[in-house]
Design a protein around this ligand. Sequence first.
Ligand SMILES: [Cu+2]
Length: 382
Amino acid sequence: MRLLSLLSLAAGLTTAVPVDNVFPRTGKSTSPANQTLSSTSFNLYWPPPIGKCQKPLIRKEWRQLTTTEKKQFITSMKCMATRPSKAPKNLAPGARHRYDDFNSVHIIMSDGLPQKTGGIHLVGFFFPWHRYFLSLFETALRTECGWTFGLPYWDWSQDAISNLPLKKWPVYDPVTGFGGNGPLLTPPQNATYSWPYLTGQTGGGCVENGPFQNWTINVGPGQSTALNTRCLKRGLNPDTVQWLRPERVGRAMLAENFTEFDARAQAPPDVTPETTIRMMHAAGHYVTGGEATDYISSTSEPLFWLHHAYLDKVYSSWQAMKPAKRLSDIGGPSLPLSPESPQVTLNTTLDVLWEGEKIPLSKVMDISGNEHDGFLCYRYTI
Ligand SMILES: [Cu+2]
């Protein structure tokens, strides 16, 4: 019965989806004209290097890195927590190292969610803002901490159908991954700004193995950037796996316009705590649990970057299906939980504080930097 309903769901999604295409800027198509999306392996495809992005940085899935590359990446990530902070003391008094700096930008820019007065979540520029933020972190890893590739991504949809228990997921491997769970806390505890809905997490305490066992976070939780030195907490949560299945990704990929895509990937317009947690963006944080469930300082969790890189991969793949339209399609509210607030446009400003220039959103619409006078130049592996 279960299998049957799954198959019928898959059948619904594998219906041929006309993909008008493709890359009018080159006049050549590199993808099949009648591409279809399947629930388990929709074919993501990319333009060849074009225009000014001739040598894109390649962002690979975590499993595609060699063991040596995985170790190098973790070393670079940990290096960020050894380089001295450059953040202005008045804005991030607790920041001690470069990782704290990025965490502080996310914390400060998330401010306003509880009061609905601002922030980078549950707004129409959620995807572009995080895209810009990730590219700056990727640059810092490369220029300050010796990483030589693109930011890796974590395709959790592969894990979600692997039938492996969470502790066996490659990203949680203590030797070749980011390490595993913390001990179970009784009673279970939520991170400061978790939405109220959080059951099922199996840990909650400081991570007990792997490279981030002695990870030191100095800012957060929640909205504070005052000094608060602490460990990284995790509470792996198997209840969230159902919301990370490939069907969820496929459903977002089938969205006709950006606001629909955003509603399927991030949050529906009538968002509530209960609906949010079932969306793949939040579920990809909640599966790791602990600090990752803090909407404001979820950046404390190193897997933040790999999770968001995958979301960005899905977003850019969706754009690549109809680039003529989707590299300019944006919308949604400018204030969180406020559908009546002014709509986001290509001119909406993206602010990353001291980590980079304020830019119009249009500049990050195209990951190959050709449209809207962009500057990004990377692509994802399939
Ligand atoms: Cu965020």
